[in-house]
Design a protein around this ligand. Sequence first.
Ligand SMILES: [Zn+2]
Ligand SMILES: [Zn+2]
Length: 244
Amino acid sequence: MFFAVLYVGFALASMAITRFVLPGLGVGRVLDPRPLNPRQVRREIALSALSVLIFGVGLLVPWVLVQNGWAEVTLQVPVWRVLAECVVLLLWNDLHFYLHHRLLHHRLLFQRFHLPHHRSVVTTPWSTYAFHPVEAVLLGSVLIVPMLLWSFSLAALVALPILSLTYNSLGHANYQALPVGWRWLSNARSHHLHHACFRGNYGFLFTFMDRWFGTTLPDDAADDVISLGLERAGSTRSDRFSAG
Ligand SMILES: [Zn+2]
Ligand SMILES: [Zn+2]
């Protein structure tokens, strides 16, 4: 229920913000204007429902760690410590995501385990959890190593999925809301380029991993493929019109 509420709530909020609020204020722009694939959103929601189930059942792992004394969760901690732990967990999340994401782009793994996420070439807030179950298990394991190394506060452990899903939902909303100059933050533009080009920009919240490993895509990386897609969509529409 926790992940389902987060997924649906943030997807609806992202849609409201990027379809109505920001365009109404004249802030930002749609990143990829190509049409969505037919039945795309229905497929994304079905795959995401499976991921929600996997993430929910996966919470048993930290529970088992705590029950057996292999990890500890602290309850009464000062706010500064919760904030510091959130920063550490967000940085770890980027490292964990980048390594697993690059692994999933290996030619032996991509087709089988990561293509389901990339079938959303133009992303929507519903693409956020649209993973193959193996990818959901890999990404859902993010808290295990930190919990074995440090007694994190419950607040920071709960904050990580909330913060990352907020960002992930906006990151898949296909809308450039942040200033283009914020290069340190992997904004929606970075992840839209990853989906449009099927490579590069593998990071999650920050861009430091892509810069360190030389996998940053240039801003115009998807211009040609988007122009071609729009031309094809236009000719298909006019074919249908003349046939009708
Ligand atoms: Zn990918
Ligand atoms: Zn994505």
